[in-house]
Ligand binder design. Structure first.
Ligand code: SF4
Length: 266
């Protein structure tokens, strides 16, 4: 580890161990703060907006969300689970927020892990410049790439994402032969789960000869966080999808010869 890299700091709001939903095998997930989007279903609203610590009121106590950590501090923490990575084929995943918001820190972290021989992954929506994503690619084994709303106007209005930029980044990612890229679709009733949108996603993936996709059903796990933040949560009453609906969606993708994995989290 070189000294400059070692001392670089990033704003981390959670380190979650033993995750099995965020890439191959058992993983430690590092959540980086900051996201320019505003998905109404966001399960980590405390990660949004600028790269500054956020304050919330939880059970009558003020808590500060986000801690500035150096690369070496994060690496030291993650290496405690190295045995699980080695035995499960797992590794470390950078998530957020949007990981590209802190791309310099993310690159420094990924480089360290990659050089230590630890499997590396990111979760991204690809909503920054291609240069940011490209800067991480030399140190990545896997990219979990979220595709949400394919219509340009809806994407901009509902979540604040430029779909052309998202597509450009997705195509950059799948062009990297050394990196396994898994498109992930959050299944949000009345938003991403509309026939036109699902068909547009399927057509897009087929046009790029993508063979597999992960589906992430909507849940309400992040709901209480909006209360802690004092924010209005627009989807409080939105029901989760029933098994029959999930199966029908899965069949749409399978009928298009896309292998699906239904995950536990969106
Ligand atoms: S991209 Fe992810 S972190 Fe950002 S607002 Fe959407 S769901 Fe939340």
């Amino acid at each position: 580890m070189d000294a400059m890299n070692n001392e670089l700091k990033g704003l981390v709001f959670n380190i979650q161990r033993y995750s099995i939903h965020d890439g191959t095998g058992i993983r430690t997930v590092i959540f980086l703060k900051g996201c320019p989007l505003k998905c109404p279903w966001c399960a980590n609203p405390e990660s949004q907006k600028a790269v500054t610590p956020t304050q919330w009121l939880k059970n009558g106590k003020i808590e500060i969300i986000g801690e500035w950590l150096t690369v070496s501090e994060v690496v030291e923490e993650v290496l405690k689970d190295e045995i699980f990575f080695r035995t499960s084929g797992g590794g470390v995943t950078l998530s957020g927020g949007e990981v590209l918001t802190q791309s310099v820190f993310a690159q420094a972290l990924l480089r360290e892990f990659y050089e230590l021989g630890i499997h590396t992954a990111i979760e991204t929506t690809g909503c920054y410049s291609k240069e940011r994503l490209a800067s991480l690619c030399p140190y990545l084994n896997e990219i979990l790439f979220d595709l949400k709303l394919m219509d340009s106007e809806q994407s901009k209005r509902v979540i604040g994402a430029d779909i052309n930029l998202v597509k450009a980044n997705f195509e950059l990612a799948i062009g990297q032969s050394e990196i396994a890229v898994i498109p992930r679709i959050p299944l949000i009733p009345s938003y991403t789960v509309k026939p036109d949108n699902l068909i547009a996603i399927i057509d897009y993936l087929k046009s790029l000869d993508v063979k597999r996709v992960h589906l992430l059903p909507f849940h309400q796990y992040g709901s209480s966080k909006y209360d802690y933040l004092g924010w209005d949560y627009q989807l409080k009453e939105l029901p989760t999808l029933l098994a029959d609906s999930l199966k029908a969606i899965q069949q749409m993708f399978e009928a298009a010869k896309l292998t699906t994995v239904m995950e536990g989290l969106a």
